[in-house]
Design a protein. Structure first.
Length: 114
């Protein structure tokens, strides 16, 4: 229950991240050499996955998520839901791999262009 309340408070305080096309291109360039840190398997999008994704976004700001074993429409819906539930922006998706971005409130590692 505590993790659910934490996740809701994080999503409520940060909200949906809005990024421009220029910022999206910049983030895609930064994400290119990254490996996926979250792997979603046959169980799909669970509470544990959402909690771990929120933790990874807090630590790294920009992460890749790999989702296998689902059709395209299911995969798109699950990744959009994951971005919404973690209060992050879906930077891009290529195949089974999506890139998520959520800036930190303090000590942000990534400075976005205007």
């Amino acid at each position: 229950m505590a993790s659910r309340a934490l996740r809701r408070s994080v999503a409520a305080t940060i909200g949906a991240v809005k990024i421009s096309d220029k910022q999206r291109r910049y983030l895609k360039g930064l994400a290119h050499p990254l490996k996926p840190v979250i792997l979603i398997g046959n169980s799909g999008l669970t509470e544990a996955v959402v909690t771990e994704t929120a933790r990874a976004l807090h630590d790294h700001e920009l992460i890749k998520v790999r989702m296998s074993g689902a059709e395209r429409t299911v995969r798109d819906a699950a990744l959009a839901s994951l971005a919404e539930r973690t209060g992050s922006a879906l930077v891009g998706r290529i195949g089974h791999v999506a890139t998520l971005y959520r800036p930190r409130r303090e000590l942000s590692k990534i400075v976005l262009p205007d």
